[in-house]
Design a protein around this ligand. Structure first.
Ligand SMILES: Cc1cc2nc3c(=O)[nH]c(=O)nc-3n(C[C@H](O)[C@H](O)[C@H](O)COP(=O)(O)O)c2cc1C
Length: 455
């Protein structure tokens, strides 16, 4: 019996402040105008994407006290943007990256359930766990959390949020025959949650939302992050867009999910990826190199390496060799406010040196070559083939795609690659589900949700 063809899941990533988004190009639009968000979301919906995705930064990143050039365009609030997009789209999921460390469960549950109501069941939460004191200084309690506890806090936050969502069930609003009015059951919305991080009780203000529980995504690759995702997430925003790492990650997460008592297909792996299209392969490669050169300026190259070396590298020439000194893992962080995903600094430095040597690359060129998560480059037919083959061979279940050009970059993908994916039977031609959960093929938890102990 042949295995059915996997459907490619697609998310549209609207670049925030990172060096991938070339906001300074004359043809680029605003990073904050409603029209930019609207255009990207409408384009994604035209291409039958599963969801629109926003990353989040709670602080402007700094190097040695100066904010990054890219951050001067600011970081708008996620929920406000997603609520505005809900009004101009009909089927597209709305995924927001929201930190579990600095937010409170009651606020999160309320915002997400409200978004789920406003959008008729399209809300998703990408749970991230950045904990550092630099990020925390904007918030009530500063950098209060030991890094070792970031996922314990995330798990408890999520459990508390679920308890709040589950505090209402569908039967909590009943028709009263004698008065002809609808009444809430006496314990509707009552909740009590007590753990090491929170002791909360009361009544939740938002009745059960269309998805029951909005979709949960996670981003983070440490062993704790993987365990948290395997037990709790419906999907992972992964940094592994290239083989063989992507397939290793895929296998690892699916095995962990099964060990946690779940079905492998109940957690979707979605690497972040960029794409560059050309009429010929050679044209696409040329465009790709031009874009990478535009994205990775000498200053950006040094900043990206400083994140690994954790040293001031400003004395190094970006057009010269890779620094010959060792990283300094124990020093105070030189780059503030950036998630660090390279787990072993010494091994990464060694790899960069080997690549530079083998390919005869200077410092900036090695960053251009190595700091790219998984580019899809080629003719539309080649890119459609790359995406489909990657998914069918279990490198992932789909991709979260971002273009360097906000907000017009996605148009070309939707016009040229989407029809080819549809022809292959790898992408829907119409939305079939009524909620994001349905469209992603996730279990329906509207009625299955367990109602927690009532206060
Ligand atoms: C692909 C990817 C995207 C991420 N995006 C964000 C983000 O937008 N905002 C944020 O605060 N943290 C983001 N993070 C950071 C993680 O959520 C997490 O805080 C950090 O990587 C530490 O988790 P870990 O130790 O499990 O890797 C991202 C991480 C990854 C791997």
């Amino acid at each position: 019996m042949s295995t059915p063809r996997k459907q490619v899941i697609l998310g549209a990533y609207l670049g925030g402040v990172n060096h991938h988004t070339a906001w300074w190009l004359p043809e680029a639009g605003s990073q904050a105008d409603f029209s930019s968000f609207e255009h990207t979301a409408r384009t994604a919906e035209r291409g039958k994407f599963d969801f629109f995705f926003l990353a989040e930064g709670l602080i402007l990143r700094e190097r040695a006290g100066k904010i990054f050039d890219q951050d001067i365009i600011g970081r708008p609030d996620t929920f406000t943007v997603l609520a505005s997009i809900a009004a101009v789209t009909e089927h597209l999921g709305l995924a927001g990256t929201i930190n579990a460390t600095f937010n409170e469960p009651y606020e999160l549950a309320r915002q997400l359930a409200s978004l789920d109501h406003l959008s008729d069941g399209r809300a998703a939460w990408n749970v991230v766990t950045s904990f550092d004191a630099f990020t925390g200084q904007n918030f009530r309690r500063g950098g209060f959390l030991d890094p070792a506890d970031r996922y314990a806090r995330a798990e408890e936050t999520l459990n508390a949020v679920r308890a709040l969502w589950d505090s209402w069930d569908a039967a909590d609003i009943v028709a009263d025959k004698s008065s002809g009015r609808f009444l809430a059951r006496p314990d509707a919305g009552s909740f009590a949650f007590h753990g090491s991080q929170f002791g909360i009780s009361g009544r939740f203000t938002v009745p059960r939302s269309p998805q029951g529980r909005p979709v949960i995504l996670q981003a983070g690759v440490s062993p704790q992050g993987r365990a948290f995702a395997a037990a709790n997430a419906d999907a992972i925003f992964s940094p592994y867009g290239k083989l063989p790492e992507a397939a290793d990650f895929y296998r690892d997460i699916k095995a962990r999910a099964i060990a946690a008592g779940r079905a492998a297909e109940d957690i979707k792996i979605l690497p972040s990826a960029s794409f560059v299209l050309g009429d010929t392969e050679a044209e696409a490669i040329e465009k790709y190199h031009a874009i990478r050169t535009e994205q990775v300026t000498g200053q950006t190259a040094l900043i990206l390496l400083e994140q690994i070396w954790n040293r001031d590298l400003s004395g190094y020439d970006p057009e010269g060799p890779v620094p010959d000194i060792d990283p300094d893992p124990d020093a105070a962080p030189i780059i503030q406010g950036r998630a660090f995903v390279h787990q072993d600094r010494f091994a990464t430095v060694e790899r960069l040196r080997q690549v530079a040597e083998a390919k005869k690359l200077n410092l900036r060129e090695v960053v251009i070559d190595q700091f790219e998560r998984g580019p899809l480059v080629g003719t539309p037919a080649q890119v459609a083939e790359q995406i489909d083959a990657f998914v069918q061979n279990d490198g992932s279940d789909g991709f979260i795609l971002g273009s360097h050009l906000v907000p017009w970059g996605l148009d070309e993908f939707v016009d040229k690659v989407v029809p080819l994916l549809q022809e292959r039977g790898a992408l829907r031609t119409e939305y079939t589900g009524t909620t994001l959960r349905d469209n992603l093929g996730l279990p329906d938890v509207r009625s299955a949700a367990t109602v927690p102990a009532r206060a």
